[in-house]
Design a protein. Structure first.
Length: 624
């Protein structure tokens, strides 16, 4: 028997294919199983038109047989098999695909598709095997044939013994190395896990002899017994009719796929037929994973092609702001590269991703409208991610997400959407008001909210660091501009404008002197129109607010950022009278009052004071 060289491929090509095309060695089993599934598909299509062939689906299977003692792994299928010429043609040329040729020659119906289209998948076996033997028999030949190769040096073909059509592939598994434990591919648990991961939904049974322990009768001892078991599910849940599935079925699938330890808040199961056809099963989790807001978290949906998993996490299928969604997409129309691990044309993926994004948004809006309690539960976990979505990419997605956003409101301390807030605004209210702070309790004690409450206006609580950044990008909702209660201009006029003008005139010198005393600390000192009971507060002017300053200064590269602060004095508070008296008679006391009031305003805002000891000394001096 003469060794033949691979017809058009060199050692370099095979080495490249084995070492570079596939990311993980375990992929070899997926590829061989997919080829076996193709072989059974082919005999099925042949039986549709060939009366000499009878196809009984229950008689067709794939079997995996590990043999540790001989260090071999065998795969058997009951498919179409190959003649000597087909072995030569399909296995003698690397990258020759019998499946691709078969697909182009036959119009496939009944929802079936040929998985393998490239022909290099078979050679992935050399990632784990130093010798590969194929024994195959075709219904078109009276003889069976054996193909055997030890790699790039070539192959041999000779006559073999086999009665029924089908193919047996025998892999002699490599010896362990320092980098790789090849023994794994002879272990039952490992083989089962690979099948479960990649080939669980191959439409034919994948069988394996499984060792189990069974207790002896009338004894505490156990016998080890061997049972042939089907180790794949075959029919994926997403290919079943929704009417045949219960909520428990979806919950069990969510748990089996390890999408989370919780139960899904909602599932989205749909099919799309069009320019590209696919099925999708998506889940909105109830609670966020512990690492969700960390760099370690990987978003993405599982991607299948005809029931074979191509990618464990395909990040391009969901936008970052919907990164909490779990689930999968299965399409028979994807154009894949030869390893099936990378998509060849991202246009198809972009189309699927766009449809999925719209579907998720639609389902969330439906949840918001029809099951408020569930939506609020979802928002507690993932609302921050939606706000990040509004802020990121220069606000590209703000129109997409604005109706999904919610904030706690001063009205009953309950969540309100922006739409709900605007709909219940009084006619004389011009702006959407918000107040920022570490918590609702702290905001409620803030002096800046007094004017808004005095007018009977509602405001939104911004208690997360992203809130103001997102709203700054959104700018307005339903033509209503957002205004911070701590901003320089809230748009709320004082009750008595005449009195205000009189006070302004008499206080001009006071404000100028205080501004001079605080010249490096504030951009302005002014009389406040927002304060009612408190003597003093800080507001800001410009795009950067005081809360933004606090957030940015907690970041590694954000130190030193300063908002333009304005010190506001309440002209109706008794402290104002004391300031006027100090202006007239004791400039040193005015300086003392000014510094104490400024530091008091800093403390109210939760900002650090520059010199706590000096502040304490000045308070003591004032008390003395």
């Amino acid at each position: 028997m003469t060794k033949k060289a691979f017809r058009a491929e060199s050692k370099r090509l095979l080495d490249l294919m084995i070492n570079s095309i596939y990311t993980h060695r375990e992929i070899f089993l997926r590829e061989l199983i997919s080829n076996s599934s193709d072989a059974i598909d082919k005999i099925y299509y042949r039986a549709l038109t060939d009366e000499s062939l009878k196809f009984d689906k229950d008689s067709y299977f794939i079997k995996i047989i590990p043999d540790k003692s001989n260090r071999t792994l065998k795969l058997i299928d009951t498919g179409i098999g190959m003649t000597k010429e087909e072995l030569e043609e399909n296995l003698g040329i690397i990258a020759k695909s019998g499946s691709l040729a078969f697909k182009s020659e036959n119009e496939l119906k009944d929802g079936y598709d040929i998985i393998g289209q490239f022909g290099v998948g078979f050679y992935s076996a050399f990632m784990v095997a130093d010798k590969v033997t194929v024994i195959s028999k075709s219904p078109d030949s009276d003889k069976a044939w054996k193909w055997e190769s030890e790699g790039a040096e070539g192959y041999m073909i000779e006559e073999a013994e086999k009665t029924d059509p089908g193919t047996e592939i025998l892999l002699h598994i490599k010896e362990n190395t320092e980098e790789e434990n090849f023994d794994d591919y002879l272990e039952e648990y490992r083989l089962r896990s690979i099948v479960k991961k990649y080939s669980d939904f191959i439409r034919y049974p994948i069988k394996m002899d499984v060792y189990t322990s069974k207790k002896k009768e009338d004894s505490d001892e156990y016998d080890t017994i061997v049972e042939e078991q089907t180790i794949n599910s075959m029919v994926p849940i997403w290919r079943k009719n929704k009417s045949d599935l219960s909520q428990e079925d979806y919950d069990n699938f969510y748990s089996e796929k390890h999408y989370g330890f919780d139960k899904p808040l909602k599932h989205i199961h749909f099919t799309v037929d069009g320019a590209i056809s696919y099925r999708a099963l998506l889940f909105i989790p109830e609670t966020k994973p512990f690492d969700y807001y960390t760099k370690e978290y990987e978003k993405g949906l599982e991607l299948y092609s005809s029931g074979v998993m191509i990618m464990n996490k395909c990040p391009d299928l969901v936008p970052d702001y919907f990164g909490f969604v779990k689930g999968l997409v299965d399409s028979e129309d994807l154009s894949l590269n030869i390893s099936r691990e990378i998509l060849q044309h991202d246009r198809q993926l972009k189309l699927i991703a766009k449809n999925i994004k719209n579907k998720i948004k639609s389902e969330l809006l439906s949840l918001l409208e029809n099951d408020r309690e569930k939506y609020e539960s979802f928002y507690e976990s993932f609302g921050r991610q939606l706000k990040f979505g509004v802020y990121s990419d220069f606000g590209t997605n703000k129109e997409e997400l604005k109706d999904l956003m919610m904030f706690k409101s001063s009205k009953e301390k309950k969540y309100a959407t922006l739409k709900e807030y605007v709909e219940r605004m009084p006619e004389d209210q011009k702006f959407i008001y918000y107040a920022s702070g570490d918590s609702i309790d702290k905001i409620d004690k803030s002096p800046q909210i007094e004017a808004v409450l005095d007018k009977g206006y509602e405001f939104l609580y911004f208690t997360e660091e992203i809130d103001e950044f997102a709203i700054n990008v959104l700018m307005s909702y339903s033509d209503k501009e957002f205004r911070s209660v701590a901003g320089k201009d809230t748009g709320i006029e004082p009750a008595d404008k005449a009195l205000d003008e009189k006070v302004k005139e008499e206080s001009a010198d006071l404000l100028n002197d205080m501004k001079e005393l605080l010249k490096d600390k504030v951009s302005d000192v002014k009389l406040s129109t927002k304060l009612r009971k408190h003597p003093v507060c800080l507001s800001s002017e410009g795009e950067l607010t005081i809360e933004m300053e606090k957030v940015l200064n907690t970041m590694p590269d954000g130190g030193g950022v300063k908002a333009q602060k304005v010190l506001e004095i309440n002209p109706d508070h008794k402290i104002y009278k004391s300031l006027m008296e100090a202006l007239a008679s004791d400039k040193e006391k005015l300086s003392l009052y000014t510094d104490i009031l400024y530091n008091q305003a800093l403390l109210i805002e939760g900002l650090p004071i520059e010199d706590p000891v000096d502040f304490a000394d000045k308070v003591s001096k004032l008390m003395g």
